[in-house]
Design a protein around this ligand. Structure first.
Ligand SMILES: [Zn+2]
Length: 113
């Protein structure tokens, strides 16, 4: 499962941070996930508990912040949030949009002990 390996890379990042900042436990992790990141949130939550078991982040709460898809229209210059990658420009109806965000997957905040 793809979400499992995402959780493993999150754990790696946490371990790196723990070494750099000298903390030994994590209480809460806030993750920012865009709709285009291709992550299934339910699967991620499940994988999270499994992967964090017996690590310094065991029992940590997982907050998921879902971001929106933002795009710039290359025809009229409108910047808008859209539902999906191939949605038309809400201003002029053009499909000539450049998606500028919505595929992020990053740790926004770590609450540590
Ligand atoms: Zn437009």
């Amino acid at each position: 499962m793809h979400e499992m390996s995402i959780c493993e890379s999150i754990l790696d990042l946490i371990k790196e941070q723990a070494r750099a900042q000298d903390f030994s436990g994590v209480r809460r992790i806030s993750l920012e996930i865009g709709p285009l990141a291709g992550v299934e949130i339910e699967a991620l939550k499940f994988g999270f508990d499994v992967v964090m078991r017996n690590s310094l982040a065991e029992g940590a709460a997982l907050d998921i912040i879902e971001t929106e898809v933002r795009a710039t229209c290359l025809d009229c210059g409108t910047e808008a949030s859209i539902e999906e990658r191939f949605d038309p420009c809400p201003n002029c109806g053009s499909h000539n949009l450049k998606v500028t965000s919505g595929d992020e997957l990053r740790i926004k905040e770590l609450e540590v002990n």
